[in-house]
Design a binder for this molecule. Structure first.
Ligand SMILES: [Zn+2]
Length: 348
């Protein structure tokens, strides 16, 4: 009888111990439960150097780890501004689990006001994953994010917006593959919990999983981590509405993952799911004129705009390849042959 009691007591003791939150070691710094720490992870290549600003929120209660990246493209401001606000919103005392938040993945692009690429080596960070420890500065940034953030995450979100020339209607997207049904399902649930009007499926064929991921969020998926992309904001504008939408989306996600208990109602938006997209390419180089904008609904073969040469002579009319919603389109005049003029989401 006494032995049984001791045994039961021992089990209770063990289960209490496993639920309690342990301190976390990140970059050789110990972070106590219920606190947060800021890091500037150095990235040095010969004469070039930069750093990656990262905040680790270590919750007072145990739970999963959510990795978040902003500023993989340094000219996409709403996600970067949203990350700054998450510093205030996420209280480690109230958090279950851990959030590893990359404030700006690409600091040289941010400070250099450089769309798409890191001005130091001219590389696009979101084409550089999983990165290379001995590569150029962008490849090393990718490697550090892969090893220090993505590899430590149970769930992952990469936050983007329309870059300088990109008009964009806000959406999020999740990765799915028939090779990873459970991971895909969790990614879908994450995306749908975030309150965007549209959620897109990034369908990844089985063979593609064997190749380098290329994209930041796809690296997480290749590692069997449920992974979501946000695209919120347009034309490089630091928009307040989009910034708020991202903050709210991330807090809804934390609630969905049982990492955060919120008194506010969960968002009631049921996103429209887009499984197929159609791309319109330009056939010529010059000026692109349009009166359309992202979010407009178009019909197949509808006139969208036109392209002229450098003397104002019309070269081609641009028409919609399918009926649907314009998710993305070029929003500024320069156009090159074979550029993606727009991406149309086919509505269910
Ligand atoms: Zn981007």
């Amino acid at each position: 009888m006494i032995k049984t009691k001791i045994f039961v007591g021992l089990i209770l003791f063990i289960s209490t111990v496993t639920i309690a939150q342990e301190p976390l070691v990140f970059q050789k710094v110990t972070i106590q439960p219920g606190s947060k720490s800021h890091f500037k992870i150095p990235v040095v290549v010969e004469k070039d150097s930069t750093f990656i600003p990262v905040t680790v929120f270590h919750g007072s209660k145990a739970g999963p780890t959510l990795g978040i990246t902003a500023g993989v493209h340094g000219y996409e401001y709403p996600p970067i501004l949203a990350a700054q606000r998450l510093n205030e919103e996420i209280e480690p005392e109230q958090l279950s689990g851990t959030v590893i938040l990359v404030q700006i993945a690409n600091v040289p692009a941010f400070l250099g006001r450089s769309p798409f690429v890191n001005p130091i080596d001219g590389k696009n960070l979101n084409r550089s994953f999983p990165g290379d420890e001995k590569g150029s500065i962008t490849q090393r940034i990718a490697h550090i994010i892969t090893t220090e953030v993505i590899a430590k995450s149970d769930f992952f979100v990469d936050m983007h917006a329309g870059d300088a020339p990109e008009d964009l209607y806000s959406y999020n997207a999740w990765y799915q593959s028939e090779a990873l049904p459970e991971v895909s399902k969790k990614g879908r649930e994450m995306a749908l919990a975030m309150g965007f009007d549209y959620s897109i499926i990034f369908d990844i064929p089985k063979e593609r999983l064997q190749k380098p991921s290329i994209y930041c969020s796809q690296e997480a998926f290749h590692r069997k981590i449920p992974s979501v992309d946000i695209e919120c904001g347009r034309l490089g504008i630091p928009g307040e509405i989009e910034t708020q939408q991202i903050v709210q989306g991330m807090m809804s996600l934390l609630t969905h993952l049982d990492m955060w208990s919120s008194n506010s109602k969960p968002n009631s938006i049921t996103p429209k799911i887009i499984a197929k997209r159609s791309t319109v390419k330009s056939k010529s180089t010059g000026f692109f004129y349009t009166e359309k904008k992202a979010g407009d609904l178009v019909k197949r073969d509808e006139f969208i705009g036109y392209i002229t040469d450098f003397f104002g002579n019309k070269l081609e009319d641009v028409t919609a390849s399918e009926s649907g919603i314009i998710l993305y389109m070029i929003g500024t005049p320069p156009i090159n042959k074979n550029d993606t003029v727009m991406n149309i989401g086919l509505l269910p």
